[in-house]
Design a protein around this ligand. Structure first.
Ligand SMILES: Cc1ncc(C[n+]2csc(CCO)c2C)c(N)n1
Length: 223
C-alpha cells in the first residue's frame, strides 16, 4: 500500500514541528515561567481564532461526502466554540482578562492571517483541501500538548491548559481527523493532493507563527 497523506505530510513538515516544540513560548509554558502578559495575549488571540476554526470546520461538514463526516466535523465545530466559551468563562477570569480587554484587542497580524486562511480554504476549496488546512490545528496541538506534558514542571500556573490538550479524549478527536483526511486524500486527484500538501504546510507555518506572535506580544506596526 502506498504511504498515507498524513504520514507523508507529517514527515515533510517535521522540521516545523521540531521548531514549534523548542520555541521559547512552548518551553516557558512547560516549565511554568511563561510571563502572564504573553499567555494573556495568546488566549485573547486564540479566542478569536477558535471562532474562525469552527467556521472552517462547519464548511468542511457542509462539503463532506458521507453523513458520518457531516456529524464528525459539525461536532468539532461545536466543540471549538465550546472551547472558546471556556476561555472566557474560565481562563479570562483566572488570568485577569476583563471583557473589554478582549473586545478592544483586535486580531493580531498572524491571527488575522490564519483566520482568513482557514475561512478562505473553507469557502473556496474542495473538501480534501479544507481538511488538510484544518488538520495541523488538531494534530500539532495534540503532539505539542503531549510533549509539554512529558516535561512540564508541576505545579504550573498553566496546568489546566496543559491537561486539556494532552488528554486522551482530545487524542481520539485528532485520530478521527487524521483518518478522515486520509480517506479524502485516497480519493483525490494528483492536483488536489498537491493543494492538500500546500494547505497543510501553510497551516503548520501559521501554527509556529501563532506561538511566536504571542511570545513577541505582536501588534500592528501602524495603527
Ligand atoms: C492557534 C491554535 N491552533 C490550534 C488549536 C487547537 N484547537 C482548538 S479547537 C480544537 C478542536 C476542537 O476542540 C483544537 C484542536 C488552538 N486552540 N489554537
Amino acid at each position: 500500500m502506498s504511504e498515507t497523506f498524513s504520514s507523508a505530510a507529517w514527515s515533510r513538515t517535521l522540521p516545523i514541528f521540531e521548531a514549534i516544540r523548542t520555541m521559547p513560548f512552548v518551553t516557558a509554558l512547560a516549565d511554568g515561567t511563561l510571563p502572564l502578559d504573553r499567555f494573556r495575549h495568546f488566549i485573547i488571540q486564540d479566542s478569536h481564532y477558535l471562532i474562525a476554526f469552527a467556521r472552517a470546520l462547519a464548511l468542511a461538514a457542509a462539503k463532506a461526502p458521507e453523513a458520518a463526516e457531516i456529524v464528525q466535523f459539525s461536532r468539532a465545530a461545536h466543540d471549538s466554540v465550546v472551547v472558546e466559551r471556556a476561555l472566557h468563562d474560565d481562563y479570562f477570569v483566572r488570568f485577569g482578562i476583563a471583557p473589554e480587554d478582549f473586545t478592544q484587542t483586535p486580531l493580531s497580524p498572524v491571527c488575522d492571517h490564519y483566520v482568513n486562511f482557514l475561512v478562505a480554504k473553507g469557502f473556496a476549496e474542495p473538501y480534501p483541501v479544507v481538511l488538510a488546512a484544518t488538520l495541523p490545528c488538531f494534530w500539532i496541538y495534540a503532539e505539542v500538548g503531549r510533549d509539554i506534558l512529558a516535561r512540564a514542571v508541576r505545579p504550573n500556573p498553566y496546568d489546566a491548559w496543559i491537561d486539556t490538550y494532552a488528554g486522551e479524549e482530545f487524542h481520539d478527536v485528532v485520530r478521527a481527523a487524521i483518518a478522515a483526511t486520509d480517506r479524502a486524500a485516497a480519493q483525490a486527484d494528483p492536483l488536489t493532493l498537491v493543494a492538500m500538501h500546500a494547505a497543510y504546510r501553510r497551516a503548520c507555518q501559521l501554527e509556529w507563527m501563532f506561538w511566536d506572535s504571542a511570545w513577541r506580544l505582536a501588534d500592528w506596526p501602524v495603527g
